[in-house]
Design a protein around this ligand. Structure first.
Ligand SMILES: *Cc1c(COP(=O)(O)O)cnc(C)c1O
Length: 380
């Protein structure tokens, strides 16, 4: 007897429930791509470089190029010196940025803060790049004095800095201009700055005054996640780099007669279509409205937590509200990620005041005093 129908419906039910109570991860769930459903019947594949037509015709390359152009402009890239692609997510975008950095400066030292996303260490390991972890300030932002001390000892080699534009736990934003000032003060002339802007790229680009993180501020590449602030049924991301740096690696493989400029060969052809569609529907104004809505909810959450004697804080402009680790039942129900003595609620555009109220009730009603500790967290 084939019971796959039942298995599928059970999974669907679970997915629906878990999507409802979703406050701990930076993933938007308020997207509507119904109009694009017919494309699920076709083997979309944006094989290779999006800017070079391959012979594989079932693709969304045209949309992908528009998505990249949108972000190149949003991140103030030099008009004729940008390139990029829609990746499988922020992690791949970080891998790509660090890869270009290594090809540019093979003997460089990499610097990143201790609040950096866990995937970066693995990426550096894959790329076999030496690195130094920099201390962070209490809010999760890079400690620039420690950066300076560390760089001073390695002034003889180029510097590659991975800056966080919204850290995973506290959404702290490293200041790219400050990082550049540190390098200038040490007369380090060869440097590369990659920005991990997985969640914070869109948010910070639409913030006034604008934090220093984009190409105009001195970034050499920027990676964002597509399924986070915009939202997508398939994890995806966007990486924007300087075209000159992309051309360097394209030349390196030209002897095989290919423009193998992306990490993977076959690439998702559906996700560029989702991103293109969302950007078309929202435009800059729509994105701004989403940012404003998220901030308003974060402000509300902060006030309500404090009113109920739950310690809480947030970085300026962040949509992440930091709270202490919560009892297991609460953390599990609301999918609250926890690291060390920090947990958080991320006020994505779909998060409502009612959900914040419910969460607070759950916290107040919880009799369990055993919080989800860091040990537990490491299992995931
Ligand atoms: C989510 C996140 C990543 C990883 O992005 P994926 O899209 O999940 O691969 C990297 N860095 C930061 C700061 C993140 O928040």
């Amino acid at each position: 007897m084939d019971n796959s129908k039942q298995i599928i419906s059970e999974l669907l039910e679970k997915v629906i429930t878990n999507t409802e109570n979703f406050l701990g991860y930076p993933v938007s769930k308020d997207f509507d791509y119904d109009e694009l459903m017919p494309f699920l019947k076709y083997p979309m594949n944006n094989l290779g470089d999006p800017f070079i037509n391959s012979t594989y015709g079932v693709n969304s390359n045209e949309m992908e190029k528009e998505v990249i152009a949108f972000f190149a402009k949003l991140f103030r890239a030099e008009p004729n010196n940008w390139w990029g692609y829609v990746s499988n997510g922020g992690s791949e975008g970080n891998l790509y940025g660090l890869y270009l950095a290594r090809e540019r400066y093979p003997k460089a030292m990499v610097y990143y803060s201790e609040s950096t996303h866990y995937s970066v260490q693995k990426n550096l390991h894959l790329l076999n790049m030496p690195c130094i972890v920099i201390r962070t300030q209490d809010n999760g932002e890079m400690d620039y004095d420690d950066l300076k001390e560390s760089m001073r000892n390695h002034r003889n080699v180029p510097a590659i800095v991975l800056a966080n534009i919204g850290t995973t736990m506290t959404e702290a934003v490293d200041d790219v201009q400050q990082i550049k000032r540190v390098m200038k003060s040490l007369a380090i002339q060869h440097h590369y700055v990659h920005c991990d802007a997985a969640l914070g790229g869109i948010i910070n680009a639409l913030t006034e005054p604008r934090p220093a993180f984009d190409f105009k501020d001195g970034a050499d590449s920027i990676a964002i996640s597509g399924h986070k602030f915009i939202g997508s049924p398939i994890p995806c991301g966007v990486v924007v780099v300087k075209k000159a740096n992309r051309d360097r690696i394209a030349m390196a493989v030209s002897y095989i007669g290919s423009s193998d400029t992306t990490i993977t060969g076959s690439r998702n052809g559906h996700s560029p279509l989702f991103l293109w569609y969302a950007l078309r529907k929202l435009g800059i104004e729509g994105l701004k409205a989403r940012v404003a809505k998220s901030r308003e909810t974060a402000e509300y959450a902060l006030t309500q937590f404090r009113a109920n004697n739950i310690p809480a804080w947030r970085n300026p402009n962040a949509i992440t509200v930091v709270i202490p680790p919560q009892p297991k039942v609460v953390a599990a129900k609301w999918q609250l990620a926890t690291e060390g003595d920090l947990s958080h609620v991320i006020c994505m555009p779909n998060v409502t005041h009612a959900q914040i109220d419910d969460l607070i009730q759950d916290i107040l009603n919880s009799t369990e005093d055993e919080p989800l500790g860091s040990e537990m967290y490491e299992l995931y």
